[in-house]
Write a protein that binds this ligand. Structure first.
Ligand SMILES: [Zn+2]
Length: 336
């Protein structure tokens, strides 16, 4: 009998839950209508209900390996408490694991969402062939995660992977974290929008301004579409993002010498317009990257690629958690 696990991706706006076979096959996914903003208790009740539903549905044909939950915040993994979560109002200092285990009667594993995405890509995405990888997630902000020997790397206080707050321009823009010139200020969707709006306000970007006029949301996606059409200012904005990413990645490659670096998140769809600047910086700045270049295509070369799983990486990684946990409660039975 095959086993399966239930993964939960608790996002800032949506809650997604999936039953995933140990082969990596997605058995079923549910996207609840619950808006996370409607409150913690409602979300937890909905989560527990959907988990039970999936456990019931697949429990007769598969063994349940466990439940993994990806959360966008800093988690104390020993106590299962969510320390802080900027996009989940009311969840800070909340004992998420204990509350879920109380409702379900079985052990639950928590993990930071960026680490889940890295784990998902390692399992069935861009990183299937490697043991170690680094993933940078470009979304509203910039997140990161390391998978070492097949498992997420947490660091001393669970904060490893804050790649978005690496300094790329020492005298650059002030970041919300208190530092100046963080990667997040140049390579997130928020940064793309800001750079576009600054260029338009400066009066030197009429082509970009015409593109953005058609988009009331003023989204990074529209700046990207404008760049794909060859508009110079939009291309320059993505080139800035690529340079910033390249500077951060060069340091990571020099420090880690991992075989694989995966660029994910919504912004990774713009790979074609930011990757030339990124690769140019790697070549210029990273001795380790250059050493691998002479072995291009061989197992000794450093690979930087866009993610493969898109928005599913975090969900699949959350489901993977119980499968790689060394614990005695594997193949738990959820009372349904
Ligand atoms: Zn910062």
């Amino acid at each position: 009998m095959r086993s399966f696990a239930i993964g939960v991706d608790l996002g800032g706006t949506n809650l997604r839950i999936a039953a995933v076979e140990d082969s990596g096959r997605l058995l079923q996914s549910l996207s609840t209508a619950t808006e996370v903003a409607r409150g913690r208790d409602l979300v937890l009740a909905e989560m527990a209900l959907s988990i039970r539903e999936l456990a019931r549905q697949f429990g007769s044909t598969h063994k349940l390996a466990g439940i993994g939950v990806g959360i966008p915040g800093i988690i104390d993994l020993s106590s299962g408490t969510l320390h802080s979560a900027a996009n989940l109002p009311g969840w800070s200092n909340y004992p998420v694991r204990a509350e879920l285990e109380k409702r379900l009667g079985v052990p639950v594993l928590l993990e930071n969402d960026a680490n889940c995405a890295a784990l998902g890509e390692k399992w069935i995405g861009a990183g299937k062939e490697v043991d170690d990888l680094c993933m940078i997630t470009l979304g509203t902000g910039v997140g990161g995660g390391f998978v070492i020997a097949g498992k997420p790397w947490h660091g001393l206080i669970g904060m490893a992977g804050e790649i978005g707050h690496m300094t790329v321009f020492p005298d650059g823009r002030l970041c919300g974290c208190g530092n100046y010139g963080c990667l997040e200020q140049y390579a997130s969707a928020t940064a793309i929008r800001r750079m576009a709006s600054e260029a338009i306000a400066g009066g030197q970007a009429q082509g970009l301004a015409r593109c953005m006029d058609s988009d009331p949301a003023f989204s990074a996606r529209t700046v990207f579409q404008c760049a794909v059409r060859g508009e110079a200012t939009a291309l320059k904005i993505f080139s800035t993002a690529g340079h910033a990413l390249g500077i951060a990645l060069a340091s990571l490659i020099n420090a880690l010498n991992f075989p694989l670096y995966v660029i994910g998140g919504g912004m990774s769809k713009a790979w074609e317009v930011f990757s030339p600047a990124l690769l140019d910086e790697l070549h210029k700045r990273s001795i380790v990257f250059r050493a691998g270049e002479s072995a291009a295509g061989s197992p000794k070369s450093t690979t930087v690629v866009p993610a493969r799983l898109g928005g599913d990486a975090g969900l699949m990684g959350a489901a993977r958690l119980p499968m790689i946990a060394r614990s005695s409660w594997n193949f738990c039975s959820l009372a349904v």
